[in-house]
Design a protein around this ligand. Structure first.
Ligand code: NAP
Length: 295
């Protein structure tokens, strides 16, 4: 069985790493904040002190960090993955980052005959915990096929999208749809409140019809009970919308609704709520409406 190294044990990385261990893989782990390794070490994972060390001890390395500069740092920086790499190892980056950055990191690794897949995910922390993520993969098809057994532990829908960067390109589209979708959930709930509807009953009925979505099912109830704990952080949604809008600008593609949602998300962040879950968007919308949806 291949040895796996896992870098980035945040809200997503930790449950994903746990699922790989439950499936029988030996795991080496690295997290910048060392205390976040403790739970996995208690389950038998080997802690390391740098991405370089993880890489030296593994055949396949998975990164699940925040943004493009973070992947650059853990892969290409001092004591990064690239320093522990040798021919035949594979890097799978599952963070959501810019397709361009992903391609350029892949090129650098290729100089060492190391293949990289970009394999961002969708499905939230619940999908990560339950091994039910959707995984969109870019890179060499042959490398994808080698890694498929790993993807099948982490997710239920795994689709090969094409060459390097195509997984990240897919994820940008996913995030445009998600961002506008959560905005629509906020507006639907606020309208319901103004119409004196019981919002729990509203959710019960509309989640059974054409309006249903992952956002509505998973985040609608959290908005109503004011649970703003992060599954997916506002700051990460802002990052993804920024990536989509800058890509849209390069392509001269108008993305008007995405741009509007970006402004609302920024308002949430401006109130120091960047670490809250994306359902906190309702707080900004409530302020605009001068209405709280709280039952
Ligand atoms: P998170 O809880 O904030 O965790 C981020 C992880 O990245 C932490 O382990 C953090 O280390 C590490 N990290 C960040 N910058 C780093 C750097 N420069 N060097 C080393 N480590 C660094 O985020 P998350 O929710 O797990 O998300 C991870 C990625 O998955 C993001 O790209 C996000 O957009 C994507 N994603 C998230 C969800 C979701 O629902 N949460 C769903 C799909 C995709 P520290 O512990 O030291 O801070």
């Amino acid at each position: 069985m291949k040895r796996i190294g896992f870098i980035g044990l945040g809200l997503m990385g930790k449950p994903m790493a746990l699922n790989l261990m439950k499936a029988g893989y030996k795991l080496c782990v690295y997290n910048r904040t060392r205390s976040k390794m403790e739970d996995l070490v208690a389950e038998g994972a080997i802690p390391t002190s740098s991405p370089k060390e993880v890489t030296e001890k593994s055949d396949i390395i998975i990164t699940m960090v925040s943004d493009s500069p973070d992947v650059q740092e853990v892969v290409l920086g001092p004591l990064g993955v690239i320093e522990g790499c040798k021919k035949g190892k594979i890097l799978i980056d599952m963070s959501t980052i810019s397709p361009k950055t992903s391609k350029s990191i892949s090129k650098k690794l290729m100089e060492k005959e190391v293949q990289m897949l970009d394999a961002p995910v969708s499905g939230g922390t619940i999908g990560a915990r339950e091994g039910r993520l959707t995984i969109m993969v870019g890179g060499l098809k042959e490398t994808f096929e080698k890694c498929l057994p790993i993807f099948k532990i982490l997710g239920t829908r795994v689709v090969y999208m094409g060459g390097s960067g195509m997984g990240q390109a897919t994820k940008l589209c996913n995030q445009v749809i998600c961002a506008i979708n959560i905005q629509s959930v906020c507006e639907g709930l606020l309208l319901g409140k103004k119409l004196n509807l019981n919002l729990e009953k509203l959710l019960e009925v509309v989640t059974g019809g054409a309006a249903n979505s992952w956002m509505l099912t998973n985040l609608g109830p959290k908005m109503i009970i004011r649970n703003f704990q992060p599954g997916f952080k506002i700051s990460h949604q802002i990052k993804d919308v920024r990536l989509a809008l800058s890509t849209g600008a390069e392509l001269e593609l108008p993305l008007p609704c995405t741009a509007l949602v970006q402004q609302f998300l920024r308002s949430v962040e401006a109130e120091n709520m960047g670490d809250k879950g994306t359902q906190a968007l309702i707080i900004t919308m409530e302020k605009l409406a001068q209405t709280q949806i709280l039952e």
